[in-house]
Design a protein around this ligand. Sequence first.
Ligand SMILES: [Zn+2]
Length: 511
Amino acid sequence: MRRVVASVMVMALELCLGTARADNRPVPKGPDEDGTKPALVKIAGEGMMDSHAFQYLTELSDDIGARVTGSPSERKAEEWGVGKMKAMGLENVHKEKYQLWRGWTRGTAQGELLLPVRRPLHVDAMGWTGSTPAGGAEGEVVAANLFDIEEEAKHTSRLSGKIVLVVMKGAPKKDVDSLFAIYGDFLKAASKAGAVAVIGGQGGSKAVGMNLTHTGILGFDADFAMPVLSLTAEDQGQLERYVENGKKVRVRFNVQNTFTSGPVESANVVGEIRGRENPEQVLVVGAHLDSWDLSEGTTDNGTGSASVLASAEAIVRSGMKPRRTIRFVLFTGEEQGLDGSFAYMKQHQSEMANHLGNLVLDNGQGPVREFQLGGRDDLVASFQPFAQSLSSIRNIGVTDKVESGTDTLPFSMAGLPGINMDQDSPEYKFTHHSAADALEAVNRDVLAQNATLMALAAYWIADRPERFASPWPVEKTVKMLRAQHQDEMLKAFGLWSREFAEAEKKEEAPK
Ligand SMILES: [Zn+2]
């Protein structure tokens, strides 16, 4: 679900690997000193020399294909995941069912520019959005400025009977993550005011790439009866220029989608390597199995799913048993608002104190470049010697960044390290939720290497003598979420719990 607008912002690469510490705390031990190295060497060999990662990705992409949560093909992917986990010898393989608020099926979408020139438009519907009347509807195109979207939402009467074109003018008045939520409020208001359709992608974004549209959800569990549409950058640019120059623009859309009344069933797929000493303590290694439906869902997130399976397989085949349990989870519902990972937190509430965190790969097709420890700045120093031990495979940074656009977020919100394996994927902005999200975008060697790095990180976390992490108390988590500027976005989406609000009040109260 990762917002591309946010993900293009460049982060400082932290490669501080020195051993000298300013304070007198002991220098954290890496694999060379903590006894994990012999096992890691075996796992690296299995992962790199005989990887099935690309085979898994091919099956998922070509044999199953697009996997919209709750759809028959997504359910088929669950069975496929169960079969793979069982075949490689994972323990306790099962599905964990949960319910999605409602289902959605893409139908057809056609567009035509009627004025000032006549030609077809390239268009696709955003996920969980509705239809025009049968046979289509036309209207005059009017612009609404995303960068002033709160004001726009207050003046929607002018949008009645119109087709709204989202444009970006001036500088944003809010940070991009909260714009995503406010855009949803604007869509609700525009729909209520009787707009025919809105042209604007996730968070109001414009398509990227040559002749590509990008679908996606427009909020956490958000649906709209009005059609919300992604046009290609070329088509949208033309409309923008006409409107900017004061030309009268008319377009016609015929968009037909189907909502299924909810709730709709889906399930996370789970399998384990049980710990040899503390099996009750659990590290989750995950990625989302569901995808969008304009192509095969290869880079979002077939790559992550194949990595989870191949990382599990590398550990199983090494014959090594970690001290603590590694639980491999193929989440579904990620694209609708992290539904699978939020469901996991609910279903495993009683064992949350025994969790060590989760490790997720969901940033496309590129090589892993950074372990982002999901808000846990206290763990950066202990993780660095491990990252350094990988340097002959790849130089990978370590930061405490929270990634809110994937299944790491529910873990970070529980005060656990929701570890995002951030990737260097310059082409992901093209393949993300588009018709280009197919097997052609992935290199076999990069995939195998990423899966191996996932296996190594998982095993090291689960096996090191000292427990890697325990959940933070809610006060500390709230402080961290505020420091990482996640609070505005979480509040805008209604994800800021009463518990969080109370902790925040305490923190703000004069001492
Ligand atoms: Zn994804």
